[in-house]
Design a protein. Sequence first.
Length: 224
Amino acid sequence: MNVLAIDTATEACSVAASIGGVWAERFVELGRGHTDALMPMIHAVMAELEADLGVLDCIAVGRGPGAFTGVRIGVACVQGLAHGLNVPVVPVSNLAAMAWEAASKQGAWVAVAIDARAGGVYFGAYAVTPSALPECVVAERVCPPDAVPALDQRSVLTAGTGWSRHPEVLGAAVGCEQVDSGVRLPSARAIAELALLGAAQLPASELEPVYLRDQVVHSSARKA
């Protein structure tokens, strides 16, 4: 299967493609400017593979959680491309993609925390097994770092910028030994690998971003 993947949900902007089993990828950290950088990166990756977008079987995207504007940029770009090419989309959790990148070779529990600004983190925990989609064992959420659930494990791998932002608070909250995987931000390569592994495909019209923070706002409003 030929797949293109993009991710703009965090300060990272990344693109990866696998065409006939050959990979090309680009990854850059940006404060802003994802919109300007994205299409040139897509063209550069496809040019490196000497392939046209018309050979794609699907397009994968980091569907969030992440920055509101960043998630929207990625989802809108993928919807536009997929509509034009008449191919399905593959929405992939940014947290699950990071867990996969951290532990796909050896397998492990991975606690993923991305800095969500305003003193919060986007958090989820996953059981990762080689050659299988990550299993979400602690539901994705946005919360203060001291509200992260304790994990019933002797040790876990960690991934994400939240761990460097709130190391002591997060460490105390999960309540077990942490081993840094070195994965800080999501990558399009990991998203593409999960698409190839069998992550669910959707029509482009059904693609929805996942913000989490928006869910919290609406939940609070209902209680008011």
